[in-house]
Design a protein around this ligand. Sequence first.
Ligand code: HEM
Ligand code: HEM
Length: 156
Amino acid sequence: MPIALPSSLAFGLNFLHPLLMWGLLALSGYAMLLGIKAKKTRTAAAEDRKELIKGQFARRHYQLGSVVLAVMVLGTFGGMAVTYLNNGKLFVGPHLLVGIAMTSLIALASALSPLMQQGNLIARKVHVGLNMSVMTLFLWQALSGMQIVNKIWTSR
Ligand code: HEM
Ligand code: HEM
């Protein structure tokens, strides 16, 4: 049984998750740029490094990355909560499964942080591979998400 919410509240809730996730896509893109610059700093020749290091890219990437991780966890479970509140069930479809996969991948990638900070090169490669997959899936997730928004809008 769906939990009875006032209908305008229930309708409005449908748009919280999409708005949050579009914001998160922008934030993740910026976190990715900071990560790429952190690598550039780490691998630069000594004289270029002096200049690049002032950007504090590694520290800023870690900080923003942590925000991205937290919002993705909340956004995913929030999306599931809203779907459940409105329908009394979840729809085990691509948007749900890819969303869960993305959250798992970014959590695993984040868990490599201590190893990366100790300079473990394999941990860095795995971190980048996992998170670049998350970014690719994110683009697809935005498209399938907008199809759901469209469905909710037109079936009102
Ligand atoms: C948005 C997705 C993300 C992408 C595309 C990404 C990408 C990268 C890249 C390219 C590097 C540089 C690797 C190298 O130096 O070879 C890096 C390093 C790092 N990332 Fe991420 N990352 C993401 C999210 C995160 C998250 C969620 C966390 C943790 C909460 C995180 C923590 C770190 C840390 C600790 C480093 C090492 C920085 C250092 O050199 O000290 N990243 N990441
Ligand atoms: C980027 C744009 C996105 C849009 C426009 C979008 C849109 C939506 C919409 C409209 C719903 C249905 C909520 C409802 O019933 O009212 C939904 C559900 C959901 N979303 Fe998203 N979403 C996006 C990104 C994401 C991302 C990045 C994740 C996870 C990483 C995610 C995970 C979920 C999950 C797990 C559900 C519950 C699905 C179900 O049980 O059927 N979404 N999304």
